[in-house]
Design a protein. Structure first.
Length: 126
């Protein structure tokens, strides 16, 4: 079985040696999204909540490019530079997902690319 690369201009272009997402069979692996605005490739302003919203908008754009939606996400991994922001992740996530929620892990990290405070990757089932 071969893999297919998923790409969209509605999400930030890859800033390294990776693809926005790859599909293998009925599974799509979405690369981590940071809160870059696709057009300017700059971090969205407005603090942690604005960053979390931008990350979910970026993930949604890649899901759509894969022929799916956020509802098809099976698993999320959230990376935070400050774990005290986890309540904001829960609050914003509730605006994008309804039950049954995807599986999720949260990881505290020392730093993220471009000074982002949050990054999220996902596994999507088609």
């Amino acid at each position: 079985m071969s893999r297919t690369i998923i790409s969209t201009t509605e999400a930030p272009a890859a800033i390294g040696t990776y693809s926005q997402a790859t599909r293998h069979g009925d599974t799509v692996y979405l690369s981590g999204q940071i809160p870059l605005q696709p057009q300017s490739m700059t971090i969205v302003e407005g603090g942690i909540e604005a960053q979390i919203h931008q990350v979910f908008r970026n993930l949604r754009a890649v899901c759509i490019a894969a022929g799916a939606s956020l509802d098809n996400i099976l698993k999320l991994t959230v990376y935070l530079t400050d774990m005290t922001h986890f309540p904001q992740v829960n609050a914003v996530m509730a605006e994008y997902f309804s039950q049954p929620y995807p599986a999720r892990a949260a990881v505290g990290v020392a730093a993220l690319p471009r000074g982002a405070m949050v990054e999220i990757d996902a596994i999507l089932g088609l």
